[in-house]
Design a binder for this molecule. Structure first.
Ligand code: NDP
Ligand code: MG
Length: 402
């Protein structure tokens, strides 16, 4: 039977890789809905190619986009803003939601998909960082399926026993002997460069990732290693483990995508070329496999695989994420919000790359009291603290620029 797919964040980098796979398997997958935000010319071209039934765009763009589709003879329904994303995420005609919006903007629709019991292919790690418990609970309560697209988490998922894949609480079952998870990190473009190089880095240098081609925000996050910090929190929620059971190791070649350590001394790793089409194809076809069109690894050509301990002084964001995870949900929300504001300011050339960690630390510090008093149990609680942290981070950006 054809899987009907909604791609939220269709105009981005994950959207590109997903749609390339969907186009290659028209009998297995049909594109039911798409969303875009700023790149609406690209979204229009995707509508012409895939002819989705529904599409979501920002409120201000609805009328013009609908007119454009009409002129082109396309009968696609145009939905507005966040309500539109939610309509799609909960649509009874949708089997699978690909959550590929970047940042906090992807949270609500991902949660809606979970509440509607969908099969969710999750790229939007920020949703788990902000709302890990709520989202995982919604997945369990509504018998949704959550499959990670993030390459490290997808690698770990592939290295876990099937019973743990199906029920993450089984990770604690002693008979499976799971002792640790190892998240690999490339170390980004500044691995072998100095703090001073990082301080002087241009946006172009920071987004120039050595191994992966990705959207701007995650590329900056990779340069500061905040990405690995967010992934650490993401892994805690996905695999129901405390941060103390999750190690981060730098592996500059990005061939080993992550590992699971077992009590008998086995380390199971998933390897492959650094291409997001592999984890996306895995999740699309799971539990079966489809060809992803990815260049196979040539093991004879791999000269060396290195594994290095991260420098937590240079990559302070990674340390902040571990601390945030230890101190609770509110701190994770605050860190994520501060980081989004700081990264946006860096991309606008308002602050230096190294200011991102400083801003994140300051916001966490200033909001310590709110974090320890916060009782986070609803989406409204999460959005409230997110908003406060964004405001605080904006103040820090202003101070940084002064
Ligand atoms: P991109 O910036 O390439 O794409 C982001 C997508 O989100 C675009 O479709 C964009 O629309 C849309 N979007 C941006 N802001 C909003 C908003 N406020 N409301 C609704 N939609 C919005 O990012 P990536 O594809 O690289 O990343 C997407 C997610 O996947 C991130 O959470 C990232 O961390 C995660 N991820 C990405 C990987 C990668 O290889 N790229 C790897 C692992 C995880 P538009 O372009 O039209 O403005
Ligand atoms: Mg990743």
């Amino acid at each position: 039977m054809t899987q009907r797919i909604a791609v939220l964040g269709a105009t981005g980098s994950i959207g590109d890789s997903t749609l390339a796979l969907l186009a290659a398997y028209p009998e297995q997958f049909s594109v039911y809905a798409l969303s875009g935000y700023r790149r609406l010319d690209k979204l229009f071209a995707l509508c012409q190619q895939f002819k989705p039934c529904r599409v979501a765009v920002p409120k201000a763009a609805v009328e013009a986009f609908a007119e454009r589709l009409h002129q082109a003879g396309l009968t696609c329904e145009v939905l507005s803003g966040e309500a539109g994303l939610n309509d799609i995420a909960g649509d009874s005609n949708v089997d699978t939601v690909v959550a590929a919006i970047v940042g906090a903007a992807g949270l609500v629709s991902t949660l809606t998909a979970a509440k509607a019991g969908k099969r969710i292919l999750l790229a939007n790690k920020e949703a788990l960082v902000m709302a890990g418990s709520l989202l995982m609970q919604a997945v369990r309560d509504n018998h949704a399926t959550l499959l990670p697209l993030d390459s490290e988490h997808n690698a770990i998922f592939q290295c876990l026993p099937p019973s743990v894949q199906q029920d993450n609480t089984q990770v604690h079952n002693p008979k499976f002997g799971i002792t640790k998870l190892w998240l690999t990190a490339s170390g980004g473009p500044f691995l072998k460069r100095t703090w001073a190089d990082m301080q002087a880095a241009s946006v172009k240098e920071a987004v120039n990732h050595p191994n992966w081609s990705m959207g701007k925000k995650i590329s900056v996050d990779s340069a500061t290693m905040m990405n690995k910090g967010l992934e650490l929190i993401e892994a805690c929620h996905l695999f129901d483990l405390p941060e103390s059971k999750i190690e981060v190791v730098i592996h500059p070649q990005s061939i080993v995508h992550s590992l699971v350590e077992y009590s008998d001394g086995s380390f199971l790793a998933q390897m492959g070329s650094p291409d997001m089409k592999t984890p996306i194809a895995h999740a699309l076809a799971y539990p079966e496999r489809i060809a992803a069109g990815v260049k196979p690894l040539n093991l004879f050509e791999l000269s060396a695989l290195e594994f290095i301990e991260p420098d937590l002084q240079k990559f302070a964001c990674l340390k902040l994420a571990r601390e945030a995870m230890q101190s609770g949900q509110a701190a994770s929300i605050v860190l994520n919000a501060a980081n989004e504001v700081a990264v946006a300011a860096f991309i606008k050339e308002q602050v230096a790359l190294t200011d991102i960690a400083l801003i994140n630390a300051k916001v966490l510090d200033k909001m310590t009291a709110q974090c320890s008093a916060a009782n986070i149990s609803t989406l409204a609680d999460i959005l409230h603290i997110n908003q406060q942290a964004c405001w605080q981070a904006e103040q820090e950006v202003i101070l940084c620029r002064a």
